[in-house]
Each structure stands twice: as C-alpha cells, then as structure tokens.
Ligand binder design. Structure first.
Ligand SMILES: NC(=O)c1ccc[n+]([C@@H]2O[C@H](COP(=O)([O-])OP(=O)(O)OC[C@H]3O[C@@H](n4cnc5c(N)ncnc54)[C@H](OP(=O)(O)O)[C@@H]3O)[C@@H](O)[C@H]2O)c1
Length: 366
C-alpha cells in the first residue's frame, strides 16, 4: 500500500516535470526549435515502463475487474499518451465487462473505459495540435490500445481536446462520451432551433444531465423526465423548464401543460412506456432521436421522424471543439453521482449495477 502510494507520487512528479518543461518551451515559440518527434522521444524516455490499470482477463461480474501491472502503451505518430486523472464509468461498460459487447477484437487483459481526462504525457511525431502538459479530455470507442481505467492511455489525437473553460480534471473524466452524445442528439440528430420545445426522456442520467444544459444553451424549452424526487430536483437545478417523474408521474399531463399544441422533439435516453408517452405528446411532424443502446427502440409513429445515432468524437467536424464552445456559453455542471479510486473499479461497477445513478460514476486515477 505504502509502496503503491510512493510509486504513484513518482509518476505524478514525472508528468509534472514533463508538463513544466513543455510549458517553458511553449512560452518562447521563436526559440523552440525541437520538432514534435524530439519532444515525443524526450517525454517517452522520462516515462515509467509500467502502469496500474483496471482490466479484465475474462468476461464476468464486477469481480473480474482487477488491478493489473501493464506496459505503458506505445504511441503512434498521430496519437497522444495521456496520464489519466479521472475516467468515466459508463452504462455500456457493464456489457463490455460481462459479454465483451462492442469489443471488435478482444485481447486480454482488456483495459476498460472509453472516456477520461488527464495531462498529455507524450505526443506522436505527427501531432501538432497538442503538447505535453496540456490538460485534455477525450472519448475513444473500442480503442485497441486499451481504455481509460489506467494510469496511461494512448489515443488518437483527434479523439482528444483541451478542457473547456470552467471544467477541471476533477470532473472532466465524465464529460467526453456523455457530452458528445448529448450535443450530437440536440444539434445533429434533432437539429433543435431556438424556441423549440424538447422533451428529454431519462434526463437525470449521465447524458441527460448534460443534455438539459446544452438544450438550454441552444435556446430550447425543456421538459425533463427524470427518475425519482432527487432526479427531478437535479434537472430543475440544471435548468429544465419543467420536470416530471418518468416512472411514476403523469407524463401526458406534464407534456400537455408544457406544450399544449404538442412538443417539437424528444431526445430519448431511456425507453419503455414512458418514452411512448413522450412520443404521443409530439405535434404532427415532430422528431425523435435516440442513441443506440437504449433498452428498446421506439416503435414507428405516423407523422413522426425517428432518428437513431451514435456518438462520435471523430475529426471531421471537430466534435469536441464544438462541445467546448457550447459548454463555455454558460456555467456548466458535470454531475458526478459517485467517485471511486482505480483500485475500486469493481466497486464502481457494483454501484453501476445498483442503478439510479444521478449523473455519472467516475474513477479517480490520480
Ligand atoms: N450509441 C451511443 O453512442 C451512446 C452513447 C451514450 C449513451 N448511449 C445510450 O444512451 C442511454 C443513456 O445513456 P446514459 O449514459 O445517460 O445512461 P444512464 O446514466 O443510465 O441514464 C439513463 C437514465 O434514464 C433514467 N430512466 C430510466 N427509465 C426512466 C423513465 N421511465 N423515466 C425517466 N427516467 C428514466 C434512469 O434512471 P434510473 O436508473 O434511476 O431508473 C437513468 O438516470 C443508454 O442506453 C446508453 O447505452 C448510447
């Protein structure tokens, strides 16, 4: 235990040193003659060879998620190595752990975690947008080099962005996947316009809590269906214009008083009868969007368009940069339901299985 703490302090010092040297070099752009490849090599030589990671050796219950000592991943030319501070624990992580769901080429030990935040520890020779020491967050789906439940992760630089103003490494680990899913539902799939009425179903979860705030940034009027009294209180605090308990409340009545002529759109982050009630509350020509993965896909409804989508962090439209711009418009909260150490990743998964997570569960790696 004492040993582990001492090692982790040493790692922190190494990253801090790398960061400081990068900042000093960056302060004098005219005199910084080192090409990116040299920077990467120099940082690499200062890095430890091994790291702690929460990984699985076989599919199974939370108990298969244990701490491993693994090599720090190598980076390719267009990748960055991140010294992870915080990592998101997502609902789909349980499916990956139990059934290797969504993993295209399973290789054990499998380091879990598709999003997180930390300091750039090294950059590949072709990376020009980031430098060692930058505080970043990212989302990288099905990464063959391993996930964010680790002291270090190697990811494509275009899956990563600097932290938006007002967001710190303490909670940015919960932002990447959920924030992109929320914004791409609102902007991409639904094309919400200012003044439109939007029902967010399942608004007290990881994506929903961010979607409520981003929909307000886009000028929408928001009815949030939340889970429980505490979920309702949370979505009100985040700016929802109206809220109803989506499991036990009267969604039809709430939607009628929210948008008497019928609402314009539904962002579906949960399924079931509650979602049916939300869709029935739409005007003719209304739109529904849902990310793949919700329990059951909505049935077709005449006169209503239904758009499935997947969150992407890809390069084409600089998705994370757009998310940053939206977040920086107003004060923005990333609700963390519970935080666990890396060593307690299995406990984080037990908490996930218990349900009623308000916001997102997060791992603190450093
Ligand atoms: N395809 C993609 O790219 C992508 C990306 C992100 C997310 N997703 C999917 O999107 C969904 C939402 O993700 P998430 O991370 O936000 O999950 P989450 O944190 O579990 O959020 C779902 C929320 O819906 C609530 N809920 C369930 N039934 C409800 C009802 N009848 N009325 C009101 N609230 C209800 C849940 O509350 P309780 O737990 O208290 O019931 C939970 O807070 C998941 O199915 C996920 O797999 C897909």
């Amino acid at each position: 235990m004492f040993m582990a703490r001492a090692i982790s302090k040493r790692l922190l010092a190494i990253v801090a040193l790398t960061a400081i040297s990068a900042v000093v070099r960056g302060a004098e752009p005219g005199t910084d003659a080192a090409p990116p490849a040299t920077l990467a090599t120099r940082a690499r030589s200062e890095l430890p060879k091994t790291m702690r990671a929460a990984a699985i050796d076989r599919p199974g219950g939370p108990e298969v998620l244990t701490i491993h000592t693994l090599p720090v991943p190598e980076i390719g030319a267009d990748e960055v190595l991140i010294a992870v501070h915080t990592a998101g624990v997502a609902v789909w992580d349980a499916g990956i752990r139990q059934q290797l769901m969504y993993v295209s080429k399973p290789r054990f030990p499998l380091v879990m975690g598709s999003d997180g935040a930390g300091l750039v520890a090294a950059v590949g020779s072709a990376v020009t947008t980031l430098k060692a020491g930058d505080a970043v967050y990212g989302y990288c789906w099905d990464n063959p080099k391993g996930g964010f439940y680790a002291e270090y992760v190697a990811v494509a630089a275009n899956c990563v962005a600097r932290l938006p103003n007002g967001v710190t490494l303490d909670n940015a680990g919960a932002l990447g996947a959920s924030g992109l899913t929320a914004l791409q539902g609102i902007d991409g799939a639904l094309r919400i316009q200012p003044g439109e009425s939007l029902i967010i179903h399942g608004a007290s979860g990881a994506v929903g809590t961010l979607a409520v705030q981003l929909a307000k940034v886009r000028g929408a009027k928001v009815l949030a269906t939340a889970s429980g009294e505490d979920g309702i209180a949370l979505v009100h605090r985040l700016g929802a214009d109206a809220a109803v308990d989506g499991r036990h409340g009267d969604i039809a009545a709430a939607a009628h008083s929210f948008a008497p002529q019928g609402a314009d759109a539904v962002l579906a982050l949960a399924a079931g009868d509650g979602l049916e009630s939300c869709i029935k509350a739409l005007r003719s020509g209304g739109r529904v969007a849902f990310p793949h993965g919700i329990d059951s896909e909505p049935k077709p409804h005449e006169g209503i368009s239904i758009v499935p989508y997947d969150a992407i962090s890809g390069p084409e439209e600089a998705q994370l940069a757009r998310l940053n711009r939206a977040i920086e418009v107003r004060s923005f909260e990333i609700p963390i339901a519970a935080e666990y150490s890396l060593a307690d990743a299995a406990k984080a998964h037990e908490r996930l299985a218990a349900g009623h997570v308000l916001g997102k569960i997060m791992l603190r790696v450093r």
